[in-house]
Design a protein around this ligand. Structure first.
Ligand code: SAM
Length: 459
C-alpha cells in the first residue's frame, strides 16, 4: 500500500503526521525530457546495505551507545533549553520512525531507491564524471558580468510524417547573461543550457537569478573566490576581529541586497505565496567542510522577505539548525524583523537505505533530523476578505527520507502547498537555492549547482 503511493507520487503516508518521501520522484515531476539520476542523488547512506546488521540489531547497538550521550547535568543553560525542545519532538520522531520500520514492503523499495529504474550504464558514479563548474569561482572573476548562458529550446518541426510523428527537430537558441539576470525557461518542456562546455537541465516554467560571489567572512576567515586563488580559498586574518571587519562586510551586504531586490515584484500581484529559505548559517560543520561561504546571522535580518510577499500573503518556510542560539535569534529577532508570525514546525528525519537513522537520536550535536520553521507573512489583502481560507497547518509533522548530497534538503515545497495563502497556482521562490523546480524561482549564488547534466539521465 505505502509502497504503491511512493512509486506513484514519491510520497508515502506512514501515519496521519508522518510521511516517507523519495526526493528523486518528487523532483522528476519537474522534468519531461530528462530525469534525475537516483544514483547521483543518493550519493551517501547506501553503503550500510552491505553490512549484515539488521535494523533491529542496529537499534540495539544504538541503545548501548546512548550511554555515551552527554549527561544532562553537564549541559549549560542554552543546551538545556535545546534538550527540552528535543525531548518534546522526540515522541513524534520515534513514532514516525517506528511506522517506517513496520512498513516492510516500503523498506524493500527503500533499499532499491539508488538503482531505481536505471540501466547499468545509467547508474553513474559522480566521481567518474568530469569536474563541475564552481559558480563561486566563476562569479568572482572580473569578467563575470560578461558570462553568458545558452538556452537550447527544442522545437518540433511543424512538418509531420504520415504517422503523426515530428519529422525533424530544430533548436532555437537564446543567449543571455548568467549573473545578475533573471534567466527563465517559460516553455512547457525542460531544456538543456550550456555554460563553458558544461550542460545544465532547466525545468519547465522555472527561472533562476544567480548573484556573483565576491567574498565572505566567517569567524576570522576571509573567503575569496577571485580567479588565480584556486577554487575556494580561506585566508585566516590574524588579529582582525569581526568588529574590525564590519565596515567591509556592510559594503558586501549592501551589494547583496541590491541583487535580491531585483526579485521584488513591480506589479502589486506578482509577489510570492511560498518563500522557502535555506540560509548559509554559520556552524561547525559548514565551516569544517567549506562547501560554500557562510554568513553571520545579522546578514539575514536585511533579507526583504516582507517585500517579496504576495498581496494575499505568504507562507515562509525557514530551515534552521538545532543550535539553540540560532532558534532564539530566529524567534526573537529574525521572524519579527521579517514580519513573519510563527505557525508550526516540520521535521526532516534522515534515514539510511536500511531504514535506520543516520545517527543517534540523542547525540547532542549531531541530531539525525533538521527543522523547518513555518510562519505567515501578511500581504496587503490578507485581512481584506479577498483572501482564500487556509487549511490549518499541522505542527510537528515528520518527513523521512534518505539524504542526498551534503546539506541538500528534500524538495518538500510542494507538500506545503495546502497551507499557502492566495490562489493557485502559487508563486514560489527559494532563496539560497542550489537547484531549480518547475514553476519556481531560484535565487542564490549557485542555483544551477544540482542542475548540472551529470545529475540527470535522458528519458
Ligand atoms: N537548500 C540548498 C540545497 O538543498 O541544496 C542548500 C543551501 S545551502 C544551506 C546555502 C547556499 O547559500 C549555498 O549554496 C551557498 O553557496 C549560498 N550562499 C552563501 N552566501 C550567499 C550569498 N551571500 N548570497 C547568495 N547565496 C549565498
Amino acid at each position: 500500500m505505502e509502497e504503491n503511493q511512493l512509486m506513484e507520487s514519491g510520497v508515502s503516508e506512514l501515519n496521519s503526521n508522518a510521511f516517507f518521501i523519495d526526493p528523486v520522484r518528487i523532483l522528476n515531476r519537474s522534468y519531461t525530457r530528462f530525469r534525475v539520476s537516483p544514483s547521483t542523488y543518493y550519493s551517501r547512506f547506501f553503503d550500510s546495505l552491505n553490512s549484515a546488521q539488521s535494523p533491529k540489531a542496529s537499534e540495539d547497538s544504538r541503545k548501548g551507545k546512548r550511554k555515551r550521550k552527554k549527561k544532562i547535568q553537564s549541559l549549560n543553560e542554552r543546551e538545556q533549553i535545546a534538550d527540552r525542545r528535543h525531548q518534546e519532538v522526540k515522541p513524534f520522531l520515534l513514532k514516525a520512525h517506528e511506522a517506517l520500520l513496520e512498513a516492510t514492503d516500503l523498506l524493500k523499495v527503500l533499499r532499491n531507491l539508488r538503482n531505481d529504474g536505471c540501466s547499468v550504464g545509467e547508474c553513474k558514479e559522480l566521481s567518474q564524471e568530469s569536474s563541475e563548474l564552481s559558480f563561486m569561482e566563476l562569479g568572482g572573476v572580473w569578467q563575470a558580468p560578461l558570462c553568458e548562458i545558452v538556452l537550447n529550446y527544442q522545437q518540433d518541426d511543424k512538418t509531420f510524417q504520415n504517422g503523426g510523428f515530428p519529422l525533424a527537430q530544430s533548436i532555437e537558441q537564446k543567449v543571455t547573461p548568467v549573473f545578475n539576470n533573471l534567466v527563465a525557461n517559460e516553455g512547457s518542456y525542460d531544456i538543456e543550457a550550456e555554460l563553458f562546455n558544461h550542460k545544465y537541465i532547466i525545468p519547465k516554467r522555472s527561472c533562476f537569478y544567480m548573484r556573483p560571489e565576491s567574498f565572505g567572512f566567517t569567524n576570522g576567515y576571509l573567503f575569496c573566490s577571485f580567479s588565480g586563488f584556486g577554487s575556494l580559498n580561506l585566508i585566516y586574518l590574524h588579529g582582525i576581529s569581526n568588529l574590525t571587519f564590519a565596515f567591509y562586510w556592510s559594503c558586501v551586504l549592501k551589494s547583496d541586497m541590491q541583487q535580491i531586490d531585483s526579485l521584488i515584484p513591480a506589479g502589486s500581484d506578482c509577489g510570492f505565496n511560498l518563500i522557502v529559505i535555506d540560509p548559509p548559517w554559520e556552524n561547525g560543520s559548514a565551516r569544517q567542510k567549506v562547501r560554500y561561504p557562510t554568513l553571520p546571522n545579522r546578514y539575514f535580518l536585511s533579507l526583504p522577505v516582507k517585500q517579496l510577499c504576495h498581496t494575499s500573503g505568504a507562507l515562509v518556510a525557514l530551515w534552521v539548525t538545532n543550535r539553540e542560539k540560532l532558534r532564539d535569534f530566529v524567534e526573537n529577532d529574525l521572524f519579527p524583523k521579517w514580519g513573519v508570525t510563527y505557525a508550526a514546525s516540520f521535521y526532516w528525519l534522515k534515514v539510511k537505505a536500511n531504514g535506520m537513522l543516520t545517527g543517534e537520536l540523542d547525540l547532542f550535536h549531531h541530531r539525525p533530523y533538521e527543522c523547518l520553521l513555518l510562519g505567515y507573512c501578511d500581504g496587503k489583502d490578507t485581512h481584506s476578505g479577498n483572501s482564500t481560507r487556509l487549511n490549518p497547518i499541522p505542527d510537528n509533522r515528520v518527513f523521512i527520507s534518505v539524504p542526498g548530497d551534503y546539506s541538500r534538503k528534500p524538495p518538500i515545497g510542494e507538500l506545503l502547498l495546502d497551507y499557502v495563502p492566495g490562489s493557485m497556482p502559487a508563486r514560489c521562490v527559494e532563496l539560497f537555492a542550489r537547484e531549480m523546480i518547475a514553476g519556481w524561482t531560484s535565487w542564490g549564488n549557485e542555483p544551477l549547482h544540482f542542475q548540472d547534466s551529470r545529475y540527470f539521465v535522458s528519458k
